[in-house]
Design a protein around this ligand. Structure first.
Ligand code: HEC
Ligand code: HEC
Length: 370
């Protein structure tokens, strides 16, 4: 009976797939020639949208804690679904944006599939199918081990001190126990994430997995999973040409004092806005982030689309401040591009938007200005 199962199973799955009526987010496996085409498309998209932080060859850590995507242990153990979800929905609360159109980002489902196909081309070993691995552990015992071995990098509550925030609901909604276990067992070669298989017993590792699983707020994890299965409606954002680019267009220009001829402290920008001074604020992140939280009056000028604004910006010396969350990479690229195009009165918001919000300075959200 057992020997027959391998025959029956694919047939069963094929029938199941045919009877599926509703369109789902699961894509068909592309044919070889399609795969090569997708890979080339993905390479271009990756270079434009992702290399800024994850590095041209996926080496990671070009901005903040952007992980190494060419990492072999990661590529072996991350499922297609996991990778797609990370790109489409991002990791709210971190510099990793939601890139899908459903969230107001620039990438279609096919483009996300293309990028994933390109990332997979870096894998030199067979995939490890870990998602069905059963992990049974005791979170209380895991907590103690976690405090000793993990918290200095990942934070006491998984908030991410200087490594991935493990308690992030969007991560926990898509990471299987097997994926987490694999990361802890084998580590991530070439990064600071060590392999713990020689330091901890298998049961201890499962205890830690159980604890990591328990760190996420269950409601937020459920919401993130629901969001992924039922992507929101793409919000309409007006074209840049129809937006008001200049804040306080009739007032005196803001006066900004720069550090290293490049960076302006958030407190200065806030002060000039309170004084009602004239300024242009460019949000250098994908529009999905602009929709979620921005400085009032800022317009979305993603770092990979700077040309869209060059011809629209007034050349009357109005100071231009770009910001992002990372906190300098994307905004730095925008300011470099502006300066190459002759805009000299430009600056990078030094601490980034997260600091701005944490200070309690005003923020706005939604598709309508400000
Ligand atoms: C502004 C910098 C930035 C850009 C641009 C960016 N990322 Fe990220 N990405 C990050 C950071 C930071 C994280 C880690 C977030 C965290 O702490 O959980 C991350 C996490 C990820 C992860 C999750 C990895 C894991 O195992 O948890 C994937 C996959 C990913 N990024 C892919 C991409 C792709 C593909 C693109 C381009 C479409 C992209 N990223 C663009 C900064 C960036
Ligand atoms: C010295 C710092 C450090 C320590 C200690 C550490 N980690 Fe990590 N960990 C990292 C870094 C950095 C990454 C991301 C590596 C990459 O893929 O670029 C990571 C990745 C991970 C991931 C994968 C997350 C993802 O989104 O792909 C898991 C799970 C994880 N660590 C769990 C643990 C656990 C549990 C412990 C303790 C047993 C631990 N780590 C100890 C630095 C550390």
């Amino acid at each position: 009976m057992r020997a027959r199962l391998p025959w029956i199973l694919p047939l069963f799955l094929a029938l199941g797939a045919c009877s599926e009526e509703e369109p789902t987010r699961r894509e068909r496996v592309p044919l070889t020639e399609d795969r090569e085409r997708l890979e080339r498309l993905g390479e271009g998209l990756y270079r434009t949208h992702c290399a800024l932080c994850h590095g041209r060859d996926g080496e990671g850590y070009q901005a903040d804690e952007a992980p190494m995507l060419a990492n072999q242990e990661w590529l072996r153990s991350a499922s297609d679904e996991f990778i797609t979800a990370a790109i489409a929905n991002g990791r709210p609360g971190t510099p990793m944006s939601a890139w899908s159109r459903a969230h107001g980002g620039p990438l279609s489902d096919v483009q996300i599939l293309a990028i994933r196909t390109y990332l997979r081309s870096w894998l030199r070993f067979p995939r490890a199918n870990v998602d069905d691995t059963r992990v049974e552990g005791d979170p209380a015992r895991g907590h103690i081990l976690y405090a000793v071995h993990c918290s200095r990098c990942h934070g006491a509550r998984g908030e991410g001190v200087d490594a991935v925030a493990l308690a992030n609901p969007a991560l926990l909604a898509t990471a299987s126990d097997g994926f987490l276990q694999y990361a802890i067992l084998h580590g991530r070669s070439g990064t600071r994430m060590l392999a713990f298989r020689d330091q901890l017993e298998p049961q201890q590792i499962d205890d830690v997995v159980a604890y990591v699983r328990s760190m996420g707020d269950p409601d937020a994890v459920a919401r993130a999973a629901h969001d992924h299965d039922h992507p929101p409606r793409p919000p309409e954002i007006a074209p840049l040409a129809e937006m008001q680019l200049v804040v306080n267009p009739d007032a005196q220009p803001a006066r900004l004092t720069l550090r290293d001829e490049r960076f302006v402290p958030a407190a200065h920008v806030r002060r000039e806005l309170e004084r009602g001074r004239r300024i242009i604020l460019l949000d250098a992140r994908p529009p999905s982030d602009w929709l979620t939280r921005r400085i009032p009056g800022a317009v979305p000028v993603p770092f990979y689309e700077l040309e869209s604004v060059i011809s629209l910006l007034p050349r009357d010396g109005t100071p231009v401040v770009a910001y992002c969350a990372c906190p300098h990479a994307a905004s730095g690229q925008v300011v470099d591009g502006l300066r190459r195009n002759g805009f000299t009165n430009t600056a990078v918001l030094d601490e980034g938007i997260d600091h701005w919000a944490n200070e309690g300075y005003p923020v706005a959200s939604g598709p309508a200005q400000p």
